[in-house]
Design a binder for this molecule. Structure first.
Ligand SMILES: O=C(O)C1=C[C@@H](OP(=O)(O)O)[C@@H](O)[C@H](O)C1
Ligand SMILES: C=C(OP(=O)(O)O)C(=O)O
Length: 410
């Protein structure tokens, strides 16, 4: 299949632009699973048009026998758990990359609970065939927290449906913790209570109730507009309806960006971004917000900010190996991401004035495309395979047009 390339002309000033962000695909995919468990009676508002969410909706309305989640991690993990309480027999599969993203930790837990799961190609990876739990074999499981929080969220959402409820003991370091809290917050909105003390989460048997539920605008998508603001000469951007008080961990980008040259004012209209001075060096931990790492790496690389980055371990098993992808693409304009045991040092480019319409590869990863696109505030750039953004933010290129960027297809 031919891969398109976009040519984006340099545009350095963003005059008061109002952006309607997409809805959070993370929240939408939780609400959809929970609504399906509650009998599909809830009026869900502002459900994202992100491909991951559209795929979730389509599969929840299909009896199978095959559910192809494409490249959606949450869709794969949440539907696997859902199938374990609902489907007689389902095969779950996905893209080539999805077949390289591990699922064993979740599958082992579901098997302990009584589901029958078979790996159809490689042990520990999709595709899998799953038959639902007939008799619950245990009400307490241990699960490690350092590989992907999505396994834990998946189990939490089905927990109140199990005849004996479920107690989950999290072991080791817990990554992406705010996503676990987000899961519990959406469950609560549909009437289910959980108790989380230290590393034990307890969910007694309960019923979900239909609810009026509105999905928040996506803070992860907002991060790219922070990047446009940080890298531009001047910017006034309003992110419509984006609120300070959010169940999304990526809300933290507003605090990180305060050090990187963007101030945020929350008004009744939304989040109002404007420029301010930035620091010369920075140090950030991405354990709680791994999806923000690429955005921050590119900003620091281009603004001459040396940045110590920790908590990047989980980046290796996402849409691509994001560490390797960043290392290759940052080197195209003279920046480096150096690995040193469990921390990374972002060494910025000497002079970004050397940007001579570099072409950035995107590795089937929406966040590579959107993290590198703001470099067009500094010079002409090319982005390969731009459709990748459809996974979470289908309107991204149109929104760039709205902000004044001239984009053409090569
Ligand atoms: O639960 C979620 O909605 C997500 C959890 C995170 O994954 P990990 O828990 O695998 O870090 C995050 O990277 C992903 O984009 C969405
Ligand atoms: C990692 C991501 O998604 P998922 O794991 O759901 O594919 C992401 O959107 O950055």
């Amino acid at each position: 299949m031919k891969e398109n390339t976009l040519y984006i002309k340099k545009h350095s000033r963003i005059n008061s632009t109002v952006i309607m962000l997409p809805a959070s695909k993370s929240i939408a995919n939780r609400a959809l699973i929970i609504d399906a468990l509650a009998g599909k009676k809830s009026p869900l508002k502002n459900v994202s048009e992100a491909r991951d969410t559209v795929t979730m909706q389509r599969l929840l309305n299909s009896d199978g026998p095959i559910w192809d989640v494409l490249d959606a991690g949450t869709t794969m993990r949440f539907l696997t758990a859902y199938a374990a309480v609902r489907a007689e027999e389902i095969t779950l599969t996905g893209t080539k990359r999805m077949q390289e993203r591990p699922i064993k930790i979740l599958a082992d837990s579901l098997q302990e609970l009584g589901a029958d799961i078979k790996y159809l190609n490689n042990e520990g990876y999709p595709p899998i065939k799953i038959k639902r739990i007939k008799d619950q074999l245990t009400s307490r499981i241990k699960i490690r927290g350092d590989i992907s929080s999505q396994y834990i969220s998946a189990l939490l959402m089905i927990a109140p449906e199990l005849p004996e409820g479920l107690t989950i003991e999290l072991t080791g370091h817990i990554g992406s913790r705010p996503y676990i809290k987000m899961t519990l917050a959406v469950m609560k909105a549909f009437g289910v209570n959980a108790d989380w003390k230290e590393n034990i989460i307890n969910i007694p048997k309960q019923s979900y109730h239909p609810a009026q539920y509105t999905v928040e605008p996506d803070w992860s998508a907002a991060s790219y507009w922070y990047s446009f603001a940080a890298l531009s000469e001047d910017a006034e951007i309003i992110l419509k309806d984006l609120k300070d008080d959010s169940i999304q961990g990526d809300r933290r980008i507003a605090d990180y960006m305060s050090q990187l040259g963007v101030s945020t004012e929350f008004t009744p209209q939304g989040a109002h971004l404007s420029k301010k001075a930035h620091e010369a060096n920075a140090s950030f931990d991405f354990t709680d917000c791994p999806d923000m790492a690429q955005t921050v790496a590119v900003i620091c690389a281009a603004k001459g900010i040396t940045c110590k980055m920790t908590g990047l371990e989980s980046l290796r098993i996402k849409e691509t190996d994001r560490i390797a992808a960043l290392q290759t693409e940052l080197s195209k304009f003279g920046a480096r991401l150096e690995e040193n045991e469990d921390q990374w040092l972002l060494v910025p480019a000497h002079s970004i004035a050397e940007l001579r319409s570099p072409e950035f590869d995107t590795y089937h990863d929406h966040r590579m495309a959107m993290a590198f696109a703001p470099l067009s505030t500094l010079g002409d750039i090319k982005i390969k395979d731009p459709e990748v953004v459809n996974k979470s933010y289908p309107g991204f290129w149109k929104d760039m047009n709205k902000a004044g960027f001239k984009i053409s297809e090569l």
